[in-house]
Design a protein around this ligand. Structure first.
Ligand code: NA7
Length: 555
């Protein structure tokens, strides 16, 4: 169909979401390209993930000095975090500060959920509709909807009949939940459960944890921020710190170890693990040995070390047995860091129920019934995670060319080019989409790379008066197989994780993020841009073929 390009859309771009991605995208496009932007945000305020995840103990696993935007040197110098790891209320304050400081609110419509987005082939515009009755058009559609934002409350018979209160960690009430004197159940021991359990245990009369899969987790060694480190080593050197983070594997300004766990003596190996355990944090994954992420024998040494720590910390032998992760290697699910997680099981008021061996049968008016036992509760907390990476897209009716829905397009798993675009969905860009390294890295670093790249691309299109850009199907196919090929030799393939969609019944088992590292990914995206955005088809411009190959530049 010939496009009627004379019609002006309501906005240059509609951005969905006002978390890190949406705020950053809005600022960049408005301030640097002078575009008209409308942001729609379902929450009543900015923050995205950090608006919704207010559960007790909610905190980021990235150190605070690199869990922030880098686009403004002044902001970096002015803002002071109080904790080594940023707590949810403080991250929310930070994002509110960003929204105010850069006057972002005037382009954000809150309490508004986008229900549908449809590409109109006659005008080459996107038509966006919301649950508040808005219907607007835009040249570009940009999603900043998060990768882990569609909450998963499992379908357990009887939940409706429960007479107490229940909550999901990902949509926590704004007012404080009072656990004092209450009998509390927590279902799930992922990042959220591992953070919430020790905090709830201190308040509740009785806490029962329902665990399906035992976890490996490393002590965070959370503390107040080291002011001397920030003032003397971080603030004067931020440029170098960001440069290092941007080209790193995981978005942190640290050197990843290049040593093999199998080429050192048993004493050296133990010494290394002990040192990183004592230091705490994500360094255990990247700083110890390179091959624990790819070689099962090397990984076994790390997995066994963590099991030995669990045996050391937890006193009750039966609880130890239930807590030992033996069915998947360390790092095959998201690597966790914690504060007093294993220690919590030494408390008198805490009990661990293994639902792998005695599954939950139903929720009763009074509590939970497993195959072997019945429990009474006042509160049930679902720390059961999210329909990750694709769930937040499928909550909207997104339609590209030929009325094809994104849901149909991704029925066998998400297919994208660079995690940024989908063939058949022109002028739609995803920030932290499936096929990008975002969830495997320090998010703000991944997000800023996307923002910059998308903004540069839009500038390129505008300068050349190109109406539409869309991923070439071949380029997309090559990228999807590249993503699979990179993941194949890693530990990630050896667990039932949300990375693989395994936590959602019926979801296709496909490894969704790009595991090649954030630096390598940046290099590939730059290469695509330098080659005139190869792999994209331009509306009324020549079609460039992709030259990426599955084996090119991995690592
Ligand atoms: P996760 O990491 O997906 O963890 C969810 C937990 O809930 C995990 O222990 C699951 O067990 C458990 N789960 C999920 N469904 C069920 C059912 N039906 N019954 C019992 N237990 C269940 O979510 P989080 O919120 O902790 O963290 C999400 C991400 O947010 C995290 O990775 C960070 O990136 C931030 P399983 O392991 O699947 O057996």
């Amino acid at each position: 169909m010939a496009a009627n390009s004379d019609i002006t859309p309501d906005f240059d771009a509609v951005v969905i979401g006002a978390g890190f991605a949406g705020l950053g995208m809005l600022r960049r496009l408005r301030e640097e390209l002078g575009m008209s932007i409308q942001v729609y945000e379902a929450g009543a305020g900015v923050g995205g993930t950090w608006y919704w995840n207010r559960y007790p103990g909610a905190r980021c696993d990235s150190e605070s000095y690199v869990y922030c935007f880098s686009f403004s040197k002044e902001l970096l110098q002015d803002w002071n975090w109080s904790g080594k790891y940023p707590e949810q209320p403080e991250i929310l304050s930070y994002l509110n500060h960003v929204a105010d400081r850069f006057d972002l609110r005037r382009n954000i419509q809150f309490n508004t959920r986008v229900t549908s987005a449809k590409f109109l082939e006659d005008t080459n515009h996107w038509q966006i509709e919301t649950d508040q009755g808005d219907r607007v058009t835009a040249r570009f559609l940009i999603t900043g909807i998060g990768c882990i934002s569609a909450g998963n409350v499992p379908e357990i018979t009887g939940l409706d009949s429960f007479e107490g209160d229940w909550y999901h960690t990902g949509s926590w009430p704004h007012e404080e939940v009072d656990f004092d004197g209450k009998r509390v159940a927590v279902i799930g021991t992922g990042s959220s459960g591992v953070q919430a359990i020790p905090v709830i245990a201190e308040q509740a009369k009785r806490l029962t944890v329902f665990q399906r899969t035992p976890q490996y987790t490393i002590p965070a060694r959370h503390e107040t921020v080291d002011r001397r480190f920030i003032e003397e080593e971080v603030k004067p050197n931020y440029d170098d710190i960001w440069e290092k983070a941007r080209w790193s594997k995981s978005g942190f300004p640290v050197d990843a170890s290049e040593r093999s766990a199998l080429e050192v003596t048993a004493e050296e190996r133990l010494e290394t693990y002990e040192a990183f355990w004592a230091k705490g944090g994500a360094g255990f994954t990247y700083g110890t040995f390179e091959d624990i992420r790819t070689d099962r024998r090397a990984n076994d040494t790390a997995s066994e070390f963590i099991r030995s720590k669990i045996r050391e910390i937890v006193k009750d032998p039966e609880t130890v047995e239930r807590l030992l992760p033996t069915d998947h290697p360390f790092g095959s699910k998201r690597a966790l860091i914690d504060t007093n997680y294993f220690e919590t099981y030494n408390r008198e008021n805490v009990e661990l129920v293994d639902i792998r061996h005695s599954p939950i049968q139903e929720i009763t008016p009074k509590g939970i019934r497993t195959e072997d036992e019945e429990f009474e509760f006042d509160i049930i907390v679902f720390a059961t995670g999210f329909d990750a990476m694709t769930g937040s897209f499928f909550r909207m009716d997104i339609r590209g060319r030929n009325d094809l829905t994104l849901k149909e397009k991704w029925s066998e798993g998400p297919k994208t080019y660079l995690g940024l675009q989908v063939a058949g969905f022109p002028n739609m860009f995803m920030i932290t989409g499936p096929g990008s390294p975002s969830v495997l890295s320090n998010m703000p670093v991944a997000i800023e790379q996307h923002i910059e790249w998308v903004s540069d691309f839009i500038e390129f299109l505008s300068e050349r008066s190109i109406k539409t850009a869309e991923a070439d199907l071949d380029a997309e196919t090559v990228w999807v197989s590249h993503v699979n090929e990179i993941a194949e030799p890693t530990m990630f393939m050896l667990a039932n994780s949300w990375y693989l969609g395994a936590n959602i019944p019926g979801k296709p088992r496909v490894f969704m993020p790009y595991a090649g590292g954030i630096g390598t990914y940046r290099e590939k995206c730059n290469e695509v841009a330098d080659n005139g955005y190869e792999g994209f088809i331009f509306g009324s411009a020549s079609r460039k073929r992709p030259s990426l190959t599955a084996s090119q530049g991995t690592g």
